[in-house]
Design a protein around this ligand. Sequence first.
Ligand SMILES: Nc1ncnc2c1ncn2[C@@H]1O[C@H](COP(=O)(O)OP(=O)(O)OP(=O)(O)O)[C@@H](O)[C@H]1O
Ligand SMILES: [Mg+2]
Length: 239
Amino acid sequence: MPRPSAIIRIEGVKKRYVLGGENEVLALRHVDLAVEAGTYLAIMGPSGSGKSTMLNILGCLDRPSAGSYWLGGEDVSRMPDDQLSEARGRKIGFIFQSYNLIAQLTVLENIQVPLLYQGKDVRLFHDRCLDLARLVGLGDRLGHRPNQLSGGQQQRVAIARSLVNDPLMLLADEPTGNLDSRTGTEVLDLIDRLNQAGKTIILVTHDERVAARAHRVVHMKDGVIDREVVNRPPPAPSR
Ligand SMILES: Nc1ncnc2c1ncn2[C@@H]1O[C@H](COP(=O)(O)OP(=O)(O)OP(=O)(O)O)[C@@H](O)[C@H]1O
Ligand SMILES: [Mg+2]
């Protein structure tokens, strides 16, 4: 049985991509992983080892072909599509390498986008969105559009957006991959602060210095977790 404090528990997860005919890729061969709430976990491994596939499954963007996944105590591996996307919107914030902001919208409007997906009245969340813009240091850029911002600023908008539904956890796939090292450090410092405030973070990276910030580092190889390194103990499970 999953421990009540494990925010994530996946068991025997496989992911098979069928490319037509006999052609298929077993991107995840067998993955078990439990993550306690408040943990900062990094996923490393060579290109093609299954990191993004794993993150997409953890983020309920995709489903395992076999195995089970409990997220915050709910078995999401067998949920119907509409419930799955509802759980995703409620529980998970995403940060992508390429920011994925909407070019026509301002900073403030981009931060509000997940509220719209949840069918919420954005006016009721105006103060929250302002607070998030300030949290990421963009309180004076609310009316700017993405092309009027630096890469680091755009990624900080994406981080504010990922927090707007107060998700259980943040998932990030190479969040500093497009940033220079100083700007990348600023973004990573912000992620550190969010983790220190209690947010669970799962981040895919190729960079050892990024992974060094995490509590735990899992190394993937050929669709399995090959080994794990604990940099420092994750927070004790709360009872
Ligand atoms: N939609 C898809 N259809 C078919 N095969 C896929 C699909 N997505 C990924 N794969 C395959 O699954 C394997 C794992 O891919 P994945 O994207 O998870 O790797 P990764 O570890 O994130 O690599 P990178 O570091 O290059 O981002 C690869 O062999 C890839 O070609
Ligand atoms: Mg990838």
